[in-house]
Design a binder for this molecule. Structure first.
Ligand SMILES: [Ca+2]
Ligand SMILES: [Ca+2]
Ligand SMILES: [Ca+2]
Ligand SMILES: [Ca+2]
Length: 262
């Protein structure tokens, strides 16, 4: 076999070229592996961030909603002011001075009017912060796509959440399934079933609310390659369809209002 080495044992030009090409291929391979690992790390980090973002917000909201109606002396008239499908407002007498006019005694959660101008509970620009409106207005979570609330109540005063007020077709009570509803027209009476079955048989005062359910649908900060395709999420009584490259995380949590009499 013909040797590639020349007389003085140096490298031929061909050998050098081959070595360079191999070197470049190895480097390109290392770079590609690093780059793909880096990209998947960024993707994973974004999904983790979205998850933590929505968990933190839900935890914070739940903590405060649990205190809705706090009114030790029973003279401040604390309770729910708004029990809408996409917004909630309530008061509490934190400092027991018989009013609900002090710092952070009147609290609302939801999108700002600018973020959800059509009030359908979905951020008009695809994502927006969820805000806490109180003595100061703060954003408690970013990149929220949709928000919903529903409310369970004890209208008959038996100390238990009320069950479905319209028996199903088989005549059996829907045992174990409490009614979730919201106040659609903002008149201070719950009026609409959250299960899509339409109006409540009898509107219920917001003072009878005993529990609140929260839905938060968050998405990643930016679109992620490889996550395309249509997906659906149940957010309150709506099905939210998305078809883009964002990754979404839905969080649902139920809060018992410990100051509302159950
Ligand atoms: Ca007060
Ligand atoms: Ca909207
Ligand atoms: Ca009841
Ligand atoms: Ca109403």
């Amino acid at each position: 076999m013909r040797t590639l080495r020349n007389a003085n044992n140096g490298f031929t030009l061909v050998e050098l070229l081959i070595a360079m090409v191999i070197g470049i291929m190895v480097l390109a391979g290392i770079y590609a592996a690093f780059n793909s690992q880096q990209k998947s790390h960024v993707k994973e980090q974004q999904v983790v961030d979205a998850q933590q973002n929505v968990r933190g917000a839900a935890h914070f909201m739940a903590g405060e909603i649990r205190l809705a109606g706090m009114d030790e002396k029973g003279t401040a008239g604390a309770g729910f002011l708004i029990a809408g499908p996409h917004a909630i407002q309530f008061t509490m007498d934190r400092n027991d001075d018989e009013d609900v006019a002090d710092t952070d005694e009147n609290i609302a959660y939801g999108f700002s009017a600018a973020a959800d101008a059509d009030f359908d509970g979905r951020a008009d620009a695809g994502a927006a912060p969820i805000a806490r409106f109180a003595s100061s207005d703060d954003e408690i979570a970013e990149d929220i796509h949709a928000v919903a609330f529903a409310y369970a109540f004890d209208d008959d005063g038996d100390g238990e959440l009320d069950f479905a007020d319209a028996p199903p077709l088989n005549g059996l009570l829907d045992a174990g399934e409490e009614t979730w509803a919201y106040d659609l027209d903002g008149d201070g009476l719950l009026d609409t079933n959250n299960d899509g079955s339409g109006p409540l048989a009898v509107p219920v005062s917001l003072a009878k609310i005993r529990a609140v359910r929260i839905w938060l649908l968050a998405r990643t900060r930016s679109p992620l390659r490889g996550y395309a395709g249509p997906k659906s999420y149940s957010v309150g009584d709506k099905t939210v369809h998305v078809s883009d490259s964002y990754q979404y995380r839905l969080l649902t949590t139920t809060v018992k209002c410990r100051n509302m009499g159950l």
